[in-house]
Design a protein around this ligand. Structure first.
Ligand code: ATP
Length: 299
């Protein structure tokens, strides 16, 4: 559905159901409402209300629950191409001024376009994973070289301050929100904070369905496989672990189907592959959920 306003900034095609993200409906709804709904309207309308577009979203929470997945899908949906995901540690350079230059380069395209087209410029989505690696509380950077601090400062100056850009949306991700410099999380900066947590039972049904969709569509999934039952057996599993369960289940089906009578020339008949309920139960015993590991140990 195209926007009905005359905004040239933002022409969204929101189809969350097609994004391949299981569960997280309310989180996706929050992200839409807080960060994107205003983008359908020209900045001039917001200005009349004394508001500005949200420039930054922080997705935080335990590993493997779908932060990167959401950021990528949203990025692609907004700019209609595969968005670039930059990992925090990639920003650091061993050369003097190199890290600052890397930050500058991240914003260069958006800045050039905004200078040329003003309010008419397209939205640029910048996705920064492992944000805690570059945006730790200033003064606490390891080695105390001060490089981390100046990277934070520079990032802040692009989000607001003199270099303020209206045509960017920064999506930051971290497992360690507590480590981030608080200045980054203030209103006007990465102001929308959405926790991406473990899926509930309904979410697990959706995630398992997503990751068995191709098997099912191509006739490789046994009709006795009961996704609801699998969801009840996988409490505390993250999305990534559920994907791992589906892969491990398929591996049992592959192995069973290989004719091992001549190991020099192992043979398998593709048509006979069936991933069974028992493959999933074995896989669930094999792939154990990490939940319960202290977040401190993830650093
Ligand atoms: P990290 O903090 O380690 O970067 P993350 O929260 O960003 O973890 P993802 O990288 O998005 O997690 O998840 C890894 C993979 O697990 C995804 O590419 C996807 O295949 C699967 N996955 C995770 N969550 C979901 C979900 N909610 N729906 C469908 N698949 C999911």
């Amino acid at each position: 559905q195209k926007a009905t306003t005359s905004s040239k900034i933002f022409r969204p095609d929101f189809s969350f159901s097609k994004m391949g993200i299981g569960g997280l409906d309310s989180e996706l709804g929050d992200i839409f409402r807080r960060a994107f709904a205003s983008r359908v309207y020209p900045a001039s309308v917001l200005a009349k209300m004394g508001l500005m577009h949200v420039r930054g979203v922080l997705l935080y929470g335990a590993p493997g629950c779908g932060k990167t997945l959401i950021a990528r899908k949203i990025g692609k949906m907004l700019v209609d191409r595969e968005p670039k995901v930059v990992n925090g540690p990639e920003i650091f350079s061993k050369y003097v001024g190199g890290s600052e230059e890397n930050i500058r380069n991240l914003f260069a395209e958006a800045k050039a376009e905004q200078a040329e087209k003003g309010d008419e410029s397209e939205l640029h989505v910048i996705i920064l994973d492992e944000l805690d690696a570059i945006c730790r509380q200033r003064g606490t950077t390891r080695g105390d070289t001060g490089v981390g601090d100046s990277v934070v400062n520079q990032l802040l100056s692009y989000i607001d301050g003199v270099d303020s850009l209206n045509n960017i949306l920064l999506i930051g991700m971290t497992n360690r929100k507590d480590m981030l410099d608080e200045a980054l999380l203030r209103p006007g900066r990465l102001e929308v904070h959405v926790e991406i947590g473990l899926p509930d039972e309904r979410g697990r049904v959706q995630i398992i369905s997503i990751h068995t969709n191709s098997m099912k569509a191509n006739g490789f999934l046994d009709s006795q496989v009961n996704v609801e039952e699998l969801a009840t057996m996988t409490k505390n599993y993250t999305g990534a672990e559920l994907e791992g369960v589906c892969k491990a289940a398929a591996s049992y089906a592959f192995e069973r189907n290989i004719d091992k009578s001549n190991l020099d020339h192992p043979h398998a008949n593709i048509d006979n592959i069936r991933v069974m309920m028992e493959d999933f139960t074995r896989a669930i015993n094999e792939v154990k959920p990490a939940f319960g590991v202290s977040m401190d140990q993830l650093d």
